[in-house]
Design a protein around this ligand. Structure first.
Ligand SMILES: Cc1cc2nc3c(=O)[nH]c(=O)nc-3n(C[C@H](O)[C@H](O)[C@H](O)COP(=O)(O)OP(=O)(O)OC[C@H]3O[C@@H](n4cnc5c(N)ncnc54)[C@H](O)[C@@H]3O)c2cc1C
Length: 394
C-alpha cells in the first residue's frame, strides 16, 4: 500500500485525486493556500457546471493542444469512465443539445463539491488550508502555514492550477518556485478569453452586448460554429474560445484575423441569388431574404465601403467572409483559463515530474490548452485518475 500522498492544491484536480485515493483506502493530505477548496470549480459552476462533454473518445482527444501527452491517460480514463463514476456515486447527469454534460439541477456545484470532499474525508483524506507552497525541490517542498514553515517529504502531487481569476487562489505565483528548482516553464497566456477588436464607435454604441448567433468563426485553418458577444473592447463567447490557440499563434506576428461567415447554412451562390432579386436598397433585401440579424448587418456595414454595398455579389462575399482584426487577447485574470505553466517536457506520460523524486503535476498548471465545454475539467479528472492509478499499483 502506498504511503500517505501529499496533494498541493485543492482545486478540481486535487480534490478529485483525493476522492479516488480514498476509494482505494489510500490516505492523503490536501494542502491549499486558500481558506477553502475548489473556489475556481465553483466559479466555473456559476454559469451551469459544464463538467465534461459527451463527445466520442476518438475526437475528444483532439480538443487538446497539444493532444499527444494526454492520449495514454485518456485511453485509460475517458469522459465516459468519469461520467459512469459520477453516476455510480449517485450523481445524476444530463447532456445538453450541444453534447455538454452537466450535473442534474438538484446537484448544485457547491453540493457536488461538498459531497466529493466528504467522500474523500470518509476514506482518509484530510484538508489543510492556509498552507502555501513557498519552495519546491527534488526531494520535497516547503509550505508556509499559520504556525510556521512545514517541510513535506514523500509522494507529492502538485495541482496548483493556472493563473486566471486570482481571487479563487489560482495565482500562478508558483511558477517561479519551479523555475528556481531548475524546471522549464512557459509564460502564462490567456485562453478562452475576450479577444480585443477596435470596433468603430458608431457600431459599438448601438451593438455592445449583442450576440452574433449561428456564425461560423475561422482563424487560419481552424473553424467553429457557434455564438459570440460584441463587448466594449472586443469579442468573446463559445464560438471563438476554441480558436484561442490559433488566434494566439497569429498574434505573435502582431495581429490575428478572425473570419466570420454570418450565414453558414446558405451557400454563396444562393445568397447572391436572393440578394439579386427584388427592388430597393440591399440592406432591406438582406433583412427580408435572409436570417441576418440587425447586429450582423451593422457589423458587415461597419467594415464594408458604401460602394461595395451596391453589388449583391460583393456584399454576399462580405457576409460569407467578413474579416475582423484582433489586436490582442484580453487580460489573463479575466480569462476562463490559461495556457503556459510547467513545460510538458518536465513530465512523463503518467504526469511524473522527471527531475523530482516521487512527485507528479496535474491539471491546469501544465502548459497545454483546451476549450471550455467540459474539456478543461475533464482533463483535470483524467490526469488525476492516471496519477491515482500509480499509487494503487505500489
Ligand atoms: C469563469 C470560469 C468558467 C469556467 N467554466 C468551465 C467549464 O464550463 N468547463 C470546464 O471544463 N472548465 C471550466 N473552467 C475551467 C476550470 O474551472 C479549470 O480548468 C479547473 O478548475 C482547473 O482545475 P485545477 O485543479 O487544475 O486548478 P484550480 O481549480 O485552479 O485549483 C488550483 C488550487 O491550487 C491552489 N494554489 C495555487 N497556488 C498555491 C500555492 N502556492 N500553495 C498552495 N495552494 C496553491 C489554489 O488556491 C487552488 O485551490 C472555468 C473557469 C472559469 C474561471
Amino acid at each position: 500500500m502506498a504511503e500517505k500522498v501529499n496533494i498541493i492544491g485543492a482545486g478540481a484536480a486535487g480534490v478529485f485525486l483525493a476522492v479516488l485515493l480514498s476509494q482505494k483506502g489510500i490516505a492523503s493530505t490536501v494542502y491549499d493556500a486558500n481558506v477553502a477548496a475548489g473556489r475556481k470549480f465553483l466559479v466555473a459552476g456559476g454559469g451551469g457546471l459544464n463538467i465534461t462533454h459527451s463527445e466520442p473518445a476518438e475526437s475528444f482527444i483532439h480538443k487538446y493542444t497539444p493532444a499527444a501527452f494526454l492520449k495514454p491517460a485518456f485511453d485509460r480514463y475517458s469522459n465516459l469512465t468519469f461520467m459512469q463514476w459520477l453516476e455510480d456515486l449517485g450523481f445524476s447527469l444530463y447532456t445538453g443539445s450541444s453534447g455538454r454534460v452537466f450535473p442534474s439541477k438538484n446537484d448544485k456545484p457547491i453540493a457536488l463539491l461538498n459531497r466529493l470532499i466528504q467522500k474523500a474525508e470518509a476514506g482518509g483524506a484530510t484538508f489543510s488550508f492556509q498552507h502555501k507552497l513557498t519552495q519546491v525541490a527534488a526531494n520535497g517542498c516547503i509550505l508556509e502555514t499559520p504556525t510556521g514553515l512545514k517541510e513535506i517529504k514523500g509522494p507529492i502531487v502538485y495541482a496548483l492550477g493556472g493563473a486566471s481569476w486570482r481571487v479563487t487562489g489560482s495565482t500562478g505565483e508558483w511558477l517561479s518556485l519551479f523555475q528556481s528548482a531548475g524546471c522549464e516553464t512557459e509564460d502564462f497566456a490567456a485562453s478562452n478569453c475576450q479577444f480585443l477588436v477596435d470596433w468603430p464607435s458608431s457600431f459599438l454604441q448601438a451593438h455592445e452586448g449583442k450576440p452574433l448567433k449561428n456564425t461560423r468563426f475561422s482563424c487560419g485553418t481552424y473553424h467553429t460554429l457557434g455564438e459570440a458577444v460584441i463587448t466594449r473592447n472586443g469579442i468573446e463567447g463559445s464560438g471563438v474560445y476554441p480558436l484561442s490557440p490559433a488566434i494566439r499563434h497569429q498574434l505573435l506576428s502582431g495581429k490575428a484575423t478572425l473570419l466570420l461567415d454570418l450565414l453558414p447554412l446558405v451557400t454563396s451562390d444562393e445568397l447572391v441569388q436572393r440578394l439579386s432579386r427584388g427592388e430597393g436598397p440591399l440592406s432591406k433585401r438582406i433583412l427580408s431574404t435572409t436570417s441576418l440579424s440587425r447586429t450582423q448587418l451593422a457589423l458587415v456595414k461597419a467594415f464594408t465601403s458604401k460602394e461595395v454595398f451596391q453589388h449583391p455579389t460583393q456584399v454576399a462575399q462580405r457576409i460569407k467572409q467578413l474579416p475582423i482584426i484582433i489586436t490582442s487577447t484580453g487580460t489573463i485574470d479575466d480569462a476562463i483559463s490559461t495556457t503556459g505553466g510547467l513545460a510538458l517536457s518536465e513530465i512523463d506520460e503518467t504526469f511524473r515530474l522527471i527531475r523530482f523524486n516521487q512527485a507528479h503535476a496535474i491539471g491546469e498548471m501544465l502548459a497545454y490548452d483546451a476549450p471550455t465545454g467540459g474539456y478543461l475539467l475533464q482533463s483535470c479528472f483524467t490526469m488525476a485518475a492516471t496519477v491515482a492509478q500509480q499509487f494503487y499499483a505500489t
